[in-house]
Ligand binder design. Structure first.
Ligand SMILES: Cc1ncc(COP(=O)(O)O)c(C=O)c1O
Length: 383
């Protein structure tokens, strides 16, 4: 027996293996300072949970339109206009099973076998596999070098006649980098000149500490060539609810709707009612969380630098990406040593692409006490 060829080059997440190792250590009664996750530190707000309970009580449990309930699509449009400065309508919005599903659908509708897709590296690991599954080729653009040399020149350098799309993630996982407005404008101008599609991933749009978040689809001439993926996972601590949305115009939107229809037939109805409530969470609450993240970031990054694990202050998301050259040049070995000897769980940088080698990813979306305890454990290990 064999599976379809398009899965031949598709990997399985290394991150899952690390999670399993942590569970194993904990089951054996060993303490683990867990920095390997990618989830908000707080629980889903009560108002959101109550909206789901209310939906169940009201028997809002039947099939909903596969593209999303009208109340949610309306709320998304209002949010896009107010926060992202995107002039979208309900026809441009599609509810998906998390941001991952929106991205999966986007790659499926844009890429043909043999196409090239420009991918800034380091990147969120599943992206490479989602692209590979379409039988297109991810073409790596090293982010740090590209920003140093100018994005236009770098995108030019890595483009081929087969280039069809650019994956544009800001703020970035794993580096916490945030593209500036002028960088967004450069990417937009390049996409227009080369007639490319931009697949924008704004999962961490609410977590920018220094600078501003610019939605590339809000720039002139970009709405028609951008598919933007959003998620409620990070802003509202809803990782397990699995709800997000895609924003796009035709011809992409009809194609995206087909992918959702034939993959999941939409997001569970009570979850969509909870999502309506999430979008009603006041901006002040989101800003308050952001300040809590900022304090955690500052504490962790200061501690890492003090220990000689060189780390630039990440302007966005909730990850620090220090160099572990001091421990081992191979980031898998470094992460294994950190876990075995210091009981500090991180993700080896190389799983985010070759440009992540030499670093490990710490999430600072953890209690401040975990940051203190983790830094103490690192101090003992390194001394
Ligand atoms: C960069 C990035 N994009 C998208 C997602 C998708 O999140 P979800 O599928 O939970 O909405 C994540 C989750 O970690 C992420 O880091």
């Amino acid at each position: 027996m064999r599976v379809a060829n398009r899965l031949d080059e598709v990997g399985f997440s290394d991150i899952v293996q690390i999670r399993n190792k942590v569970l194993e250590l904990r089951a054996a009664g060993q303490p683990v300072h867990a920095f390997h996750g990618g989830e908000p530190f707080f629980d889903t707000p009560q108002t959101i949970k109550e909206a789901a309970i209310q939906a169940l009580t009201d028997n809002l449990t039947r099939y909903a339109p596969s593209s999303g309930i009208p109340a949610l699509r309306d709320a998304i449009v209002r949010k896009l206009q107010a926060k992202n400065r995107m002039q979208a309508t309900v026809d441009d919005v599609l509810v998906t099973v998390g941001g991952a599903h929106a991205l999966y659908a986007a790659f499926q509708v844009v890429l043909n076998p043999g196409d090239d897709m420009l991918l800034f590296s380091p990147y969120w690991t599943p992206i490479r596999d989602m692209v590979t599954m379409t039988q297109a080729r991810p073409v790596i653009v090293p982010t740090a070098t590209a920003r140093r040399n100018g994005l236009t020149a770098s995108l030019e350098h890595y483009s081929t006649p087969a280039t069809r799309a650019i994956y544009y993630n800001t703020p970035q996982n794993p580096s916490g980098a945030v593209f500036t407005r002028s960088e967004a404008e450069e990417v937009a101008a390049f996409a227009q000149r080369r007639d490319l599609v931009v697949i924008a991933d704004e999962a961490y749009e609410d977590l920018v500490y220094d600078g501003e978040h610019v939605s590339i689809a809000s720039l002139p001439g970009m709405a028609e060539r951008t598919i933007t993926a959003y998620t409620l996972s990070k802003s509202y601590a809803m990782t397990g609810w699995r709800v997000g949305y895609a924003v796009a115009q035709e011809p992409f939107m009809t194609a995206l709707r087909k992918i959702v229809l034939y993959s999941t037939n939409g997001v569970s109805t009570p979850t969509q009612w909870a999502a309506v409530q999430a979008l009603a969470v006041p901006e002040s609450q989101i800003a308050g969380r952001r300040e809590e993240y900022r304090r955690r970031r500052d504490k962790l990054v200061a501690g890492l630098n003090e220990l000689g694990l060189e780390c630039a202050l990440p302007p966005g998301a909730f990850y620090a990406f220090p160099s572990v050259a001091k421990i081992h040049k191979d980031s898998r070995r470094a992460a294994a040593l950190l876990l075995e000897r210091a009981h500090v769980a991180t993700i080896p940088g190389v799983v985010f692409g070759a440009q992540g080698e030499g670093c490990v990813r710490f999430s600072y979306s953890v209690p401040p006490e975990t940051i203190d305890a983790g830094l103490n454990a690192l101090r003992s290990f390194l001394s």
